[in-house]
Design a protein around this ligand. Sequence first.
Ligand code: ADP
Ligand code: MG
Length: 254
Amino acid sequence: MLEVLKLTHTYGDQTALDDVTFEVGESELVSIVGKSGCGKSTLLRAIAGLMEPTDGEVRLSGRPVNGVPDDLAVVFQDYSRSLLPWMSVRDNVTFPLKRRGLDRTARREAARSALEAVGLSDAAGKYPWQLSGGMQQRVAIARALAYRPSLLLMDEPFGSVDAQTREDLEDLLLQVRAASDMTILLVTHDIDESVYVSDRILVMGRSPGRVIADLSVGLPAQRDRIETRELPAFVHLRSEVGRLVRANVSSEAA
Ligand code: ADP
Ligand code: MG
């Protein structure tokens, strides 16, 4: 569904991404983990068609990405810049849906159900600046879910929410994944989270930014906050990813 081919990007003389190649299949949920500065956000921006990479190519369903594809939604790391301050929460969520060709009633229903899913039913009439940072980020997540993109890109989307909400949103992501055929690429620096929600984990190393491991998670699809985390396979994989992130080199090289 998504192909990233020999993607390379330099900022001035600094190589942020070096020859990054991977594929993501239809309806897969893949996490990207790695230390700060390893190029995760750069990679997501290139996939979203928001910047032109120095070299290499991104393909969506076989077609090269030049410019932002219609069938894509992005949840950015920086929530403060992602919502329109002069629109209510409800309008922020419904606004992009016009491009989906939904009528007014269908747009409102999609917004209602997405806001309910992120626990913000009561905030629909408020403005973004009347909400906490974590709530604003949940609005951005609701907007992306309501859009029902075939590819959802998320850049550390749960970084600004409290621990309890973060757990709820991780479970929401698993539900969305089970109920739709959305393909999801999630950037996170939380190793525990990456193992809990994903089908696969790409570990990135830095200087230069590159993929150093591609690990299949292989846990049962039905996940549970307590039970899944107690499984030996979970504990083992979490340690392995942690080691790779810290070592910054691939397991073969180590
Ligand atoms: P991550 O999201 O993994 O923390 P980034 O993709 O943001 O990494 O950054 C990768 C590297 O590229 C970092 O060294 C960062 O300083 C640099 N970088 C990112 N964006 C820019 C930019 N717009 N101009 C110059 N350098 C940048
Ligand atoms: Mg980043």
